[in-house]
Ligand binder design. Sequence first.
Ligand code: AMP
Ligand code: MG
Length: 299
Amino acid sequence: MIKEEIIDLLKVKPDKKIRLKDYHTGWDQTKELKAFGKKATKERANEILQKSIEELSSSQELLYADDRYSLLIVLQAMDAAGKDGTIKHVMSGLNPQGCQVFSFKKPSAEDLDHNFLWRYMKSLPERGRIGIFNRSYYEDVLVVKVHPEMIEHQKLAGEKIGKAFWQSRYEDINAFEKHLVRNGTVVLKFFLNVSKKEQKQRFMDRLERPEKNWKFSLADLNERSYWDDYVVAFEKAISATSTEWAPWFIIPADDKWATRAIVADVISSTLQKLDLRFPEMNDEQRAMLEKARKTLEAE
Ligand code: AMP
Ligand code: MG
């Protein structure tokens, strides 16, 4: 398991006004880790990832059998921060029947005809399941805030788009998440924190390696020119919506192995803290099982 001290560093306390520049994007989060060295830390991280994947697999089975809780994982990040790779690795040991991934793109005309939470509400994980939102309702206070012209498509009734408008969206999100948590959905939110320098490197990689060309998008390069606006939007959104019931974690994302190990560890230890149990049989059910056993034995 990753030390509580490191997780504590990454978990955003409620009401804390965060600045992303205060969060280091590399693997060397503490002096102790730095002294331990990159090679050793990477080996340790890979072990943690493997262990967490195994633990997640048994927790998932229990979550499914218990059938009272569900888990919603929200992933947000700048482009090329590693959302897809994180999903692929962290979820690799899960039973596909109990897991669903939704990748949210630009909203459709039907989506825009509803309130901004509608399309996400329809995709929530059922009890017993793990749901991953690859992008989420947070886009409505991120990309939409950076490009306010998008609001025009949202057909809102004459509202002024200022500070109060965004504040009301944060409040809606907090209330929505509170509703989910009260009804048995555990909510974990990860911001994969990649540096601008590393993003450039990853874009270059996509341009230079033929098998990665398909991943390159001119739109991503365009969004890069809004980097500073995104930073502010993320800082505001994370500060306003990291709550006791649905915390944000700011995950260093310049080293993919570190990102994956931390995300897997947080998810797996969260599930382990739930009071999950296999449903207990009552006397009547036990008698039925006993009868069934006798029937089979008598064959
Ligand atoms: P990708 O994840 O690379 O497939 O890109 C999906 C695109 O959809 C990104 O450019 C997002 O910013 C955009 N997108 C996702 N959700 C929303 C939203 N609620 N409003 C506007 N654009 C969105
Ligand atoms: Mg993209």
